[in-house]
Design a binder for this molecule. Sequence first.
Ligand SMILES: C[S@@+](CC[C@H](N)C(=O)[O-])C[C@H]1O[C@@H](n2cnc3c(N)ncnc32)[C@H](O)[C@@H]1O
Length: 207
Amino acid sequence: MKGVRRIRSLLSGWRSWPTYLELMLAGELQSLQIRTDVTRDELFLLYRLAKSVRDGDIVEIGSYLGASACFLAAGAAKARASVYCIDTWKNDAMTEGPRDTFAEFVRNTEHHRSRIMPVRAWSTDAARELSVDVGLLFVDGDHSTDAVAADLRAWLPKVRTGGWLALHDSGWAEGVQAGIAGIVEPLRVGDPIQLPNLYVTRIRSPR
Ligand SMILES: C[S@@+](CC[C@H](N)C(=O)[O-])C[C@H]1O[C@@H](n2cnc3c(N)ncnc32)[C@H](O)[C@@H]1O
């Protein structure tokens, strides 16, 4: 059984080899060492999405130690987009409890410092303060129902029609699932791309 699982995982891994190679040549594979719950497949998909952004910039809600930010920034470098990373960097809504994670984020994302704009604020406050045309919005902050709804209501109007929306922890977080069903699905354009814990779709902006 173990052997079958290993062969299956090797075969499914084939598809990500071109991405693996690209990231290796870009020197980005070191970022796989950053502590995170975002899996390698998810990080690779975020990279490919960021690379495909044609207009607008990239916004990430919930950056923590910078793992997903690095892969978004690696893709953004090809798309010539900026990445706005929004976080309190106080470990809000994290099971490991409050701590200041900003210095670690800055250290881990140092090689992308010309592309990443850290915005140290509550996500909904940042939406009021930042004027940005968004080509890809990645939501990975507080996963409670109210917080996800507030993030989506604050940020979706800034996403361009046809822009990408990605939500992490869609596989288990009920708040994320409620946001997808109640807010995202009516705005969805085309079929979503789904990994077990990452939901991605193009959307029609509600603005
Ligand atoms: C799950 S972690 C993000 C993981 C990250 N994407 C990665 O690559 O590892 C969630 C982050 O969201 C931040 N956060 C939670 N609620 C927030 C809010 N309302 N506004 C801003 N940041 C928030 C936390 O401080 C934490 O760093």
